[in-house]
Design a protein around this ligand. Structure first.
Ligand code: ADP
Length: 364
């Protein structure tokens, strides 16, 4: 526990000459906290009898605080007797500070992205809502086509924003689920509406089938669930050539687990790539070394949300044989509700809303 010798840098750090230092203990030189850390790492080195690496902030006599990367190793003499511990410290303060600045910049950037994405949502909801209303009216076939494109483009934008917002939350582990009662048929019809429009544009056929024993209502975070399904459907469309097929199958796995599987007849995924596609920012390249269009975050985020929902997202595929993505979620079913008859003519609704476009959508 006593110093046997040191170099010049150590003399500067401790403010003592080597002669003064010899035979002192860390407690004689450093603050209590610093000394304790030094003694702890000494002990780790002795007990494990191997090299130990640690980072430690130490104050110079002139008060300058520096961060050291410290490596301690047991030192043996010629007849193989452990003689002492040898410690090396490298001043990494500058690197540390750069790292902090870079990390902060990164955080600021994601926060900004999330804020902007959030702000964009209101006008976007106006476009989604109003184009859907217009689609129910009388239109020429060409107008209908354009309007469908407007509608799914806006829905897609919304989901891309959701992915971006989640990116920031996943980094800081703040992702939360907001479960509420959702009608099962509504979930299926929403994703089918979107999938049909998407597929139709690329001359792909979309098919949906579901078990008969699905409950009427489940407790689920509907926005998150549709975010995952949207990611899967848009990938399926993206990676399936015209003339192909996409199948959505919804099934009850057990009392409170449900599976949504999306199968396509597209380009498929090589076995060696299958684990990688769930990593953040991963995009496989085609045979010409060109990356697919997209952000490479959809599957990574979807898998994390699926796990948060008490389930998982997995893939089965062969190259050129299409791909099947299976989403399992855990969701409680809502006890059967008594049906109430509502006289819609007598219904009065009070809407409190400060955003003009939302009022227009709600009224329509
Ligand atoms: P992106 O937004 O780039 O599509 P994803 O995380 O959704 O990012 O997907 C990552 C990669 O996984 C894609 O670039 C693609 O290589 C592969 N992939 C995803 N879905 C499919 C699919 N249905 N068929 C073939 N490859 C797919």
């Amino acid at each position: 526990g006593r110093y046997l010798g040191c170099n010049r840098a150590m003399e500067i750090l401790t403010g003592k000459s080597e002669q003064e230092l010899i035979n002192l203990t860390p407690k004689d030189i450093y603050s209590e906290e610093t000394a304790k850390f030094i003694l702890d790492t000494d002990r780790d080195t002795l007990v494990s009898n191997t090299g130990v690496t640690a980072e430690q902030w130490i104050r110079y006599p002139n008060n300058k605080l520096s961060c050291f990367e410290i490596r301690k190793v047991p030192y043996y003499d010629r007849i193989n007797q452990r003689h002492c511990i040898m410690g090396f410290g490298r001043d990494i303060t500058e690197r540390k500070r750069y790292q902090e600045v870079i990390e902060k910049n990164n955080r600021d950037k994601s926060t900004l992205m999330a804020t902007i994405s959030h702000e964009l949502r209101t006008p976007l909801n106006g476009i989604i809502g109003l184009s859907r209303i217009l689609l129910e009216g009388e239109l020429t076939p060409q107008q209908r086509d354009y309007l469908k494109t407007i509608n799914i483009s806006a829905i897609s934008l919304g989901h891309i924003f959701s992915d971006i917002i989640d990116l920031e939350k996943i980094d800081s582990r703040r992702i939360e689920l907001f479960r509420s009662e959702v009608e099962f048929s509504q979930i299926i019809s929403n994703i089918s509406h979107f999938a049909n429009l998407m597929a139709e544009q690329k001359k792909i056929r979309f098919h949906v089938q579901h078990d008969d024993d699905l409950p009427d209502f489940i407790y689920v975070d509907n926005a998150r669930l549709s975010q995952i399904l949207w990611n899967l459907v848009s990938n399926a469309v993206k990676f399936t050539p015209a003339g192909g097929n996409i199948y959505l199958t919804v099934a009850r796995k057990d009392e409170d687990h449900f599976t949504f599987s999306i199968r396509d007849t597209g380009i498929g995924i090589q076995k060696s790539e299958q684990r990688k596609i769930f990593a953040m920012f991963y995009q496989s390249e085609n045979s010409q070394g060109k990356k697919a269009q997209g952000s490479g975050i959809g599957l990574a985020i979807s898998k994390r949300i699926a796990k948060l929902m008490g389930g998982d997202l997995t893939v089965e595929s062969e190259l050129n044989q299409g791909a099947t993505f299976t989403l399992v979620i855990q969701a409680k079913t809502v006890a059967a509700k008594k049906s109430v008859t509502i006289n819609t003519h007598a219904l009065k609704v009070l809407l409190v809303e400060d955003i003009e476009v939302n009022i227009v959508v709600a009224k329509a």
